[in-house]
Design a protein around this ligand. Structure first.
Ligand code: SF4
Ligand code: SF4
Length: 141
């Protein structure tokens, strides 16, 4: 009985919303839902960078329009399946234009429209990133 009690008292569920950083532009928070824990970068990207480490630049399918390709000469390839020009990825899965040290875009002023329009949390139907099970469990410790 005693061990059951201590197991019970040790249980410490994640609050449904935990703010981990605040800025004039917004906040970074973890939300716990029925489908796990999510981290939301609900702020400007420049504020989020030390935390998000530009994860979006590792998402697949950063496409460029043909006219952008002609203008900016991006390093891209044609995806036969998607019938789209996609920005080239390096072996680590990140965009070729991402500075690995600073996590900033080396073609920022010339980046494709899709990068200008994208926000992982503030975009339509976007919800940040799902935290791994490991991180989720650690938060319960
Ligand atoms: S869109 Fe990219 S840079 Fe901006 S907060 Fe999300 S992961 Fe970070
Ligand atoms: S072009 Fe720049 S902003 Fe767009 S995915 Fe590549 S590094 Fe990220």
């Amino acid at each position: 009985m005693k061990s059951l009690m201590s197991a019970k008292t040790k249980f410490n569920p994640i609050p449904r919303k935990t703010v981990i950083a605040e800025f004039p532009s917004g906040e970074i928070r973890i939300e716990d839902g029925s489908d796990g824990a999510w981290i939301l970068f609900d702020c400007d990207c420049l504020d989020a960078l030390p935390y998000c480490r530009a994860q979006c630049c590792g998402l697949r399918g950063t496409y460029v329009h043909q006219e952008e390709q002609d203008y900016a000469n991006y390093e891209s390839y044609f995806d036969q399946n998607a019938q789209l020009l996609l920005l080239k990825r390096d072996a680590d899965g990140m965009c070729y234009a991402l500075n690995r040290e600073t996590k900033t875009c080396e073609i920022y002023n010339n980046r494709p429209q899709v990068c200008r329009d994208f926000h992982c949390t503030r975009g339509p139907d976007m919800r940040g990133f799902k935290l791994s099970n490991k991180v989720h469990r650690q938060s319960n410790d």
